[in-house]
Design a protein around this ligand. Structure first.
Ligand code: 13P
Length: 244
């Protein structure tokens, strides 16, 4: 089970201390959870240093389409993330999709894989897509265009299904819809003969109250967690409740 913390634009240099309890928990937990933190770029190095004697891995929340260096003011490349000790990168999060079409997302994934980073590709429908019954259409397009012409690096790409209407709203999909959509994603990956072994995560308003219900959905390999991951007690509570 993956528990990936997406800190978005939160955290200060002092936040590194908030990892203490999670580091201790990661050494004792029975679940053998894979814990990954994706803090803002400014904190990657201090998070990498802090977690170096633990199983916790660190990632970034985005990267540029270019592999190495270039005249792109304000941008960070996959190579730079790797240089800092990052092992993962979130690509295509809905909060970044306004500036990123599927083509750009595809180039970003390529640049990350070329640097041997693990990719967390986020896909998900907006509320309007859901209302118009276009969820499957959106998921298929985001998957196929995002993964187009990539080498089959099965385990290097994790898919995070994050319905946009569920992010930060406290609302999660019904058990039935979630099962159905995860199964649909798995089928698309199978049909395209690509990334058939990819893990599929759920993201959107995961919290200690709904984790037990979410754990009942047996085709989910883990969770991408926003708000609830920035508080170590709540994050640990989620992981604990996922086993009990
Ligand atoms: P919340 O858990 O705050 O809803 O955010 C989900 C998310 O966007 C994780 O990438």
């Amino acid at each position: 089970m993956y528990f990936i913390a997406n800190w978005k634009m939160f955290g200060s240099i002092k936040s590194v201390n908030s990892l203490n309890k999670v580091i201790s928990y990661s050494k004792t937990n029975k679940l053998k959870a894979k814990i990954i933190y994706c803090p803002p770029y400014t904190l990657i190095k201090s998070f990498v240093d802090k977690t170096k004697n633990s199983n916790i891995k660190i990632g970034a929340q985005d990267c540029h389409t270019q592999i190495k260096y270039g005249p792109f003011t304000g941008a960070i490349s996959s190579k730079m993330i790797k240089d800092l000790g990052g092992k993962f990168v979130i690509i295509g999060h809905s909060e970044t999709r306004a500036e990123n079409d599927n083509k750009k997302i595809n180039l970003k994934i390529k640049s990350a894989l070329d640097e041997k980073l693990n990719v967390i590709l986020c896909i998900g429908e907006k509320l309007i897509d859901k209302r118009k019954n276009k969820t499957k259409y959106v998921l298929k397009k985001q998957l196929l265009e995002g993964l187009k012409n990539l080498k089959n690096l099965n385990k290097k790409v994790i898919i995070a299904y994050e319905p946009v209407w569920s992010i930060g709203t406290g609302i999660i999909p019904s058990e039935n819809d979630l099962k159905k959509n995860i199964r649909f994603i798995r089928n698309i990956l199978k049909i395209s003969k690509k990334f058939t072994k990819s893990k599929i995560l759920y993201g959107g308003s995961v919290n200690p109250k709904n984790i037990k219900n979410l754990m009942r959905i047996d085709n989910i390999d883990g969770f991408l967690i926003g708000g609830s991951s920035t508080n170590e007690k709540i994050f640990i509570d989620i992981m604990k409740k996922s086993i009990n």
